[in-house]
Design a protein. Sequence first.
Length: 513
Amino acid sequence: MSHVDLKGAGLNLEFEPISRPALHFIDGQFVESAEGGWFDTLNPTTNDVLTQVAEGTASDVDRAVEAAYRAFHDGPWGKMSAKERARYLVRIADAIERHGEELARLEVADTGLPISQARGQAARAAENFRFFAEMATRMTGETFPVGDQFLNYAIRVPVGVAGLITPWNTPLMLATWKIAPCLAAGNTAVLKPAEWSPLTATKLAEIVQEVDLPPGVFNVVHGFGEVAGDALVKHPKVPLISFTGETTTGRTIMKNGSDALKRFSMELGGKSPVVVFDDADLDRALDAVVFGVYSLNGERCTAGSRLLIQDSIREEFEARLAERVRRIRLGHPLDPATEVGPLIHPEHKRRVEHYLDLGRREGATMAVGGEVPRELARGNFVRPTLFVNVRNDMCIAQEEIFGPVLVSIPFTTEEEAIQLANGVQYGLAAYIWTRDLERAHRVARRIESGMAWINSQNVRDLRTPFGGMKQSGVGREGGHYSFEFYTEWKTVHVALGQHPIPRFGVSGMETRS
Ligand code: NAD
């Protein structure tokens, strides 16, 4: 029986009512949709309506892009020094910290993320702004001297209006991961948040207004992907699209933007392996395996959702794992003791449950899982689940479930572990547990993933390139890699002396004069 708690002995587990609708933020003003549409955003803990959200269409996207275009070409933003822009970013970071608790509680209400984890995400959102503020002031160019003939140099210039399209998992943190480098580099932005998690983007717009960011520099248009997102992708005045979301959506977006030859950054899905060898520190590996897939309600792109376990330790490790998974505290996300909360939406819950059925039908054994207790029935709760006796060709081992579900697959040799790790379409992250350092580096290099962690959980270093291989993405963000995406290289050639210039069209001129 896993720990379940919706009462929270003596704790205040009431969500604050949200008295205002979530509006678009265009040209420094909060506005309704031009066509007047609204949709509801739900609280995943109860499935009650939290508030109404303005439903953006192509005309709202157009208004926002025009505002961002004016702010880029005519406003002060592009003309400011990096240092001046960085000052604004630091003010945004300070304001996020001031409103940190409110942002965290909004995120819990809108997404079901447990409060202890939502607080961490709010802190990271502030850190994103602080980090890229500093990075921007360190942005340099390159020089290419050619003796005393030429001085050639290359500088980075902003691209223009960026379309930022974000998913519903950790929406505040992921949005700021894009907004901060985008603005730091001198671009202006239109953010289209996911329709299931609009509230923290709206609060962020309030923060931007509070710190007096020039109008039009940052805009938010709410709405559905196929309408508002699509209009942003196809807009002729938006040269770059940074997208985080599902692989299938990423493909559609790249097709839709290809006629205009847009620049894309694609951070897509994953099915990341955690490889545990028999010589590993098994206590630490166990902690990391459990946290790596069940944190953030399992709705985590870099989740270690496939455990590859060496068969010599399989029985014992799986038994200890099952015991821990059974004890995970599923419960009310405002309770600080809760470890796993509800999934974002009833539709997503159905999708995850479909995989639970499928896993059984494919012949895997559900070692931990099952019905959620009655007191959680209103919300989108799914019991943390562990499948054992899984083969790598099963759908539950191949497809991204994006919920609190771990599959365990045995291997015998290092070579087999690598083959299994690589035997999926995705290549986002990998986690390797072994005390054999040579093997650790060898395996990290051979697993096809954009990132690998050795004897570590997913600890981010914001300076390093973040992104995936194969169907997990295109391009990298993070550190100066973000500026590769959010800037253009402009090369300037300067003649310092009298270099020869071939003279065309001079024949006969001397004899005539
Ligand atoms: P999703 O693809 O359904 O939606 C993401 C965003 O795209 C939303 O804002 C949505 O409205 C918009 N969208 C949908 N269709 C569109 C279209 N045709 N044109 C333009 N925009 C459109 O993804 P999701 O379900 O919100 O998020 C979960 C997915 O995101 C998972 O696959 C997860 O792995 C992935 N993800 C990846 C990373 C990463 O860094 N690699 C990080 C977080 C999440």
